[in-house]
Design a protein around this ligand. Structure first.
Ligand SMILES: *Cc1c(COP(=O)(O)O)cnc(C)c1O
Length: 418
């Protein structure tokens, strides 16, 4: 792209358009993009890591669910599948995205509430063995930190902070230095929400287990984008978000994973009737279900799980390994464009360049990017801004084309060149 004697911007633009077109032509998942509802006025949607786009099938299935399932089956729907939905949909997420055998995943609550339930269960269980420290990193997602601070205050536990570099993430060495005979729980994000750093989950899980700690993985930014192998890692607990790469819609229910070996020993604190051994016996006293249903508390969000089911179905068809392969190409292309178009204007990359350590988004920094982000939104180019100075380019593989990435990054370049 150097040594241009004619108008450099025009040639560069033509070259890049050809590159993007070539990548789209070779993309085996390109056809999936047409399954999403059109978004009028949107030039480039670069925030699929925060809120996935709706599918055409979602609009249809919601309508059908309201008219037929809810409308005509009425209360009978509970016996005809709704009661089992937290587990049946959980098993499908487990198989399609989590590397989890059946019977270990439920769909319920929000990520925050499931985090609380699972972390409290782990902390209470470990307190019996005299372990009272919770290891977490300073750059973890706010809700994760706040929930743990609340649990620590409630249960007399102590937080042990790993100071993580916001441009990278938590390493196995840092975890090894933080855990010990007092550690009850290690709670980390698989993909860091800010930088997109992909943690070495198998190594970190091993390190924590060697110290006798339990591990809770927050998969919010990896599920549906990066393959997860909870059973193979030996993970104890996990949670994740339904509305990001799983396209479940704003406020979609989350999912929780409890390894089968823990289902009768770890006890979550919100002991409602849906986690009871026999909810409809309505007897005295809470007796927890002898399976993963014990993670449930109240009536499950069946209606809100309909869009999530559509998103999971799409992932089942596309396959997580193909999704990851495209994700690596999309983030690699975005980084190339950042180097070519944005670096000359002082924008720096705050995400790992090693694809093995990179999740599904890339973060770019310059001190005035809050204003740049606002101007991009006015142009129909929609990434997101994260304080203090980062724009995240979130690239949902099933709904994003390479041409769209180019359109968005070109607009970004125009705005930082102003
Ligand atoms: C998005 C996200 C959440 C979201 O929690 P909610 O309860 O849905 O608000 C939690 N943790 C991480 C790491 C996230 O990225």
């Amino acid at each position: 792209m150097t040594d241009r004697s004619t108008d450099p911007t025009t040639d560069l633009g033509t070259d890049l358009a050809a590159v993007a077109a070539g990548l789209d032509a070779e993309d085996p998942l390109a056809g999936y993009r047409d399954r999403f509802l059109p978004a009028d006025g949107v030039v480039a949607y670069l925030d699929g890591n925060s809120l996935g786009r709706p599918l055409q099938a979602t609009a249809e299935r919601m309508e059908r669910f309201v008219r037929a399932d809810w409308g005509t089956r009425l209360i009978r729907g509970w016996d005809e599948g709704w009661v089992d939905r937290p587990r049946s949909l959980g098993d499908r997420i487990g198989a399609a995205a989590l590397g989890a055998a059946p019977g270990q995943v439920v769909v319920a609550d929000s990520t925050t509430v499931l985090l609380y339930k699972l972390a409290r269960a782990a902390v209470d269980h470990q307190a019996a063995a005299g372990r009272r420290e919770i290891v977490v990193d300073t750059d973890n997602f706010p809700t994760d930190r706040y929930v743990l601070e609340g649990i620590a205050a409630e249960r007399g536990a102590v937080l042990r902070w790993i100071t993580s570099d916001p441009a990278s993430g938590v390493t196995p060495e840092q975890v090894a230095a933080a855990v010990g005979p007092d550690t009850a729980l290690v709670l980390l994000s698989h993909v860091a929400y800010r930088s997109g750093f992909l943690a070495d989950a198998p190594a970190i899980t091993r390190t924590a287990h060697d110290a006798g700690a339990l591990v809770l993985w927050d998969l919010s930014h990896s599920v549906g984008s990066v393959p997860v192998r909870l059973d193979a890692w030996g993970a104890d607990l996990a949670v994740g978000c339904g509305y990001k790469y799983l396209n479940g819609g704003p406020g979609a229910p989350a999912f929780g994973y409890l390894a089968a070996r823990h289902t009768t020993t770890l006890r979550q604190p919100i002991t409602g009737w849906f986690g009871h051994r026999a909810p409809f016996a309505m007897g005295p006293g809470h007796e927890p279900a002898p399976d993963v249903r014990a993670l449930l508390s109240g009536t499950p969000p069946v209606l809100a799980s309909v869009p999530l089911e559509c998103g999971v179905e799409l992932l089942e068809q596309a396959g997580i390994d193909a999704v990851r392969a495209k994700s690596v190409r999309l983030t690699g292309f975005a980084l190339d464009l950042a180097d070519t178009l944005l670096a000359p204007h002082g924008v720096t990359v705050a995400s790992p360049r090693d694809p093995d350590r990179r999740g599904g988004h890339v973060t770019l920094r310059r001190e005035d990017l809050a204003q740049v982000n606002a101007r991009l939104w006015e142009r129909g180019v929609i990434p997101d801004f994260r304080a203090p100075d980062g724009i995240r380019i979130g690239l949902a593989p099933l709904s994003t084309s390479f041409a769209e990435v180019l359109a968005g990054m070109t607009a970004f370049a125009e705005e930082v060149a102003r």
